[in-house]
Design a protein around this ligand. Structure first.
Ligand SMILES: C[S@@+](CC[C@H](N)C(=O)[O-])C[C@H]1O[C@@H](n2cnc3c(N)ncnc32)[C@H](O)[C@@H]1O
Length: 265
């Protein structure tokens, strides 16, 4: 059943017809379409994730292109983007940064919800930044895209809303990941150092110079990292730390604010 559904999705993608039309089974593929379908089915049979085979994915109400150079946006990250959209109320002149943006999914979903908000997407991977830029154009969204290690290219800009789904898989868990993830998604998007918390530590250190007072920060975290991130962000500069679970009741989201007490870093 799954195979049939996926084959129909591939045929619908190639022919630009709806899956329902394909399911009726009365459409005859041209030779060229059949060749393309065969090629994509063969990729899928080699274990390439369906989203990479199709080269696109839906994320909330966005259509996003993707390649093997970016993480396939996950359902948890859609929840994160929804929570951010529910939680913020950006006034005039506010700036948001989607750090480790990958396909651009989080920042672009927020930009779509708040067109007046200035949104910056940033990633260390030039390939990811290119994809994020293309996705902004595809969805008619005007954002700035940077290629940078964390906050490095921000210059004087100060951030009011920080969104980040950094690499957070501990090195020792990498081998246990599903083959489709390990073999087909970029390791630079996954590996978060020996305990998975390396990026949160770097961000805690560097963010203090880049955030405006009362900046709101929204992170995705690993399934058991709630206590760990609370510890990382336990300094006096941070307030209102909250860990929220995903639908499987695992730690998944970490929200907090930057209070920037004078003299406190
Ligand atoms: C877990 S993926 C998240 C992608 C996307 N935000 C999402 O939620 O689907 C992490 C991203 O961080 C990027 N990255 C890795 N190291 C980085 C660094 N030092 N500075 C900035 N981005 C980095 C990777 O290229 C990857 O796109």
């Amino acid at each position: 059943m799954k195979h049939r559904r996926e084959t129909n999705q591939i045929i619908a993608h190639v022919t630009k017809l709806s899956e329902m039309a394909i399911d009726r089974g009365d459409y005859v593929l041209s030779q060229e379409e059949q060749g393309r379908v065969d090629q994509l089915v063969e990729m899928r049979l080699r274990g390439v994730p369906l989203q990479q085979v199709l080269g696109e994915v839906d994320f909330l109400d966005l259509k996003l292109r993707l390649t093997k150079d970016v993480l396939i946006p996950r359902q948890e990250t859609e929840i994160l983007a929804e929570r951010i959209i529910e939680s913020i109320d950006p006034g005039e002149g506010k700036v948001a940064l989607d750090l480790c943006t990958g396909s651009g999914c989080i920042g672009l979903a927020v930009k779509k919800a708040f067109p007046q908000l200035k949104v910056i997407l940033s990633d260390i991977s030039p390939m990811a930044a290119d994809i994020a830029k293309g996705n902004a154009e595809l969805n008619g969204l005007d954002v700035e895209v940077l290629v940078a290690h964390l906050f490095e290219e921000l210059g004087e800009v100060k951030i009011d809303y920080l969104f980040c789904n950094p690499p957070y898989i501990p090195a020792h868990e990498f081998a246990m990941l599903d083959k489709s993830v390990k073999d087909h998604e970029p390791s630079i998007a996954l590996l978060g150092g020996s305990d998975g918390l390396m990026f949160y530590r770097m961000i805690e250190e560097d963010a203090k110079n880049c955030l405006n007072q009362n900046a709101q920060c929204f992170f995705e975290i690993g399934y058991n990292q709630g206590e760990g991130v609370k510890e990382v962000f336990s300094g006096a500069a941070w307030t209102n730390q909250r860990v929220y679970p995903d639908y499987a009741s695992h730690d998944r989201f970490f929200f907090l604010e930057f209070s920037s007490l004078p003299g406190v870093k």
